[in-house]
Ligand binder design. Structure first.
Ligand code: MLT
Length: 429
């Protein structure tokens, strides 16, 4: 069970007999991967369902992909840049690999707005094509010899990129875990915050808040504990703040609100869920100058080397969009967009709780984490798809700690969310 869901397409390719093979040995780390990446697998099942029921109106609340148009004040910024590229004065080619100075400065201001004491400097911000890509680039920088810890459940890119890099041993079917990764269980019993007292030291700790998939948001006190834990162990936290704009209580919106975090934490974030940039592609990573390797070498210098070697800078049009996002009007428009998705969350939560299901998250995040105690996530996923024509994401796809849960994304047009809510009420009522 669990995430053992090898993609048919890949299986059939493997079985296919070809008359010619190169002499290149396959990277053995890739052979350790248990399944296709989670979201393409969900997409495959969705496609199979549509083929089976061509007349059904399938509602996709699986992958957290934004659905609402980019606010025009932000699109206008990109339009103006695109137009300028057609003029002699406005044309630009390669930009700085680290991002344009104006956007890095705007991101520095963004941190200042989040909290007066983050200390983030423009020169510490690396603009990129998204947080997922930066996770892979960070892994390239860390290399094969580091040990990692992840929240369990967690965004699958942390674990899968770790396996690809060769940081892990093989997969253990019984525990549904890769050897050498420490899975920090996050369940309702511990309020979705790991028991750090019993956690072993690892070099790297991936930590996402608001969490994908559970929606749980760490409090200031919990993050202080996390930073103290990293400091005691000499670990580096990779803090994923891709959903910080969904926070509406006083939970920290950046790890740098926590004193001492600059010595132990890298932060990644993205405009994807802030402004509907999942297709535009724009994110950033902050590497503080104070963050040092064991030999005293600054991590920022190596990350700069990675970016200048393997990346040529984010699209200049996308960066103009990012600047527009961070203008006063852009910020207001993003808040409205986020409020729209948060209303969707309320509609879903209301529906599933009205039929007696327990949900978590859904306050500071665009995901609703629904509990189906004692049931297999993939079975519940299949039931919801088969009987309500709604695509969700099985919790176990995010790690063994997600077993017994299903994640419902609140990214959707309002009428689809309302209809999905009705169907879920009928299905479980
Ligand atoms: C998700 O559904 O978890 C996210 O949309 C995936 C992503 O951000 O890459």
């Amino acid at each position: 069970r669990g995430i053992r869901v090898a993609s048919c397409a890949v299986e059939s390719l493997e079985k296919e007999k070809t008359s010619y093979a190169t002499k290149v040995t396959r990277n053995a780390n890739f052979a350790k991967l248990q399944a296709g990446y989670l979201f393409p697998e969900i997409g495959r099942r969705r496609a199979a369902h549509i083929a089976k029921y061509p007349d059904a109106k399938v509602i996709s609340l699986g992958i957290g992909d934004t659905t609402e148009p980019i606010p025009s004040v932000i699109a206008e910024g990109m339009k103006a840049k695109a137009q300028a590229l057609s003029t002699l004065e406005g044309y630009s080619g390669y930009g700085a690999e680290q991002g344009e100075g104006s956007l890095r400065a705007a991101l520095q201001k963004f941190y200042l707005k989040l909290h007066p004491d983050t200390g983030v400097k423009a020169s510490e911000v690396f603009v990129s094509d998204g947080a997922k890509c930066d996770i892979a680039r960070l892994q390239m920088m860390f290399g094969a010899d580091v040990t990692i810890a992840v929240q369990d459940p967690s965004y699958p890119a942390y674990v899968d990129s770790s396996v690809m890099m060769g940081q892990t041993g093989g997969y253990e079917a019984d525990s549904q875990q890769y050897n050498k990764i420490h899975y920090m269980k996050c369940t309702p019993e511990n309020d979705f915050f790991p028991d750090l007292a019993s956690a072993p030291r690892t070099d790297i700790i991936f930590f996402c808040s608001p969490n994908n998939p559970t929606g749980a948001t760490a409090t200031k006190k919990q993050l202080e504990e996390l930073v103290a834990f990293a400091k005691k162990n000499g670990s580096i936290i990779v803090y994923d703040a891709a959903y910080s704009i969904y926070i509406s209580d006083d939970s920290p919106k950046t790890i740098y609100e926590i004193p001492g975090a600059r010595e132990v934490a890298i932060e990644i974030s993205s405009f994807s869920k802030f402004a509907g940039f999942t297709g535009v592609r724009l994110g950033w990573t902050v590497v503080p100058e104070e963050l040092l390797y064991a030999d005293g070498f600054p991590v920022i210098k190596d990350f700069n080397r990675v970016m200048t070697t393997s990346f040529n800078g984010a699209s200049n049009i996308a960066q103009a969009g990012g600047l527009a996002c961070l203008s006063d009007d852009g910020w207001k428009a993003m808040e409205e967009l986020v409020a729209f998705y948060k209303k969707n969350v309320e509609i879903i939560v209301e529906a599933v709780t009205s039929v007696g299901l327990t949900t978590y998250g859904g306050k500071n995040a665009p995901y609703v984490w629904v509990h189906f105690p004692g049931q297999s996530s993939w079975d519940v996923f299949a039931k919801i798809l088969e009987e309500a024509h709604i695509v969700t994401t099985p919790g176990s796809g995010f790690g063994p700690g997600g077993e017994g849960f299903v994640r419902i994304s609140a990214f959707g047009h309002r009428e689809n969310i309302v209809e999905a809510a009705e169907r879920l009420k009928k299905l479980f009522g």
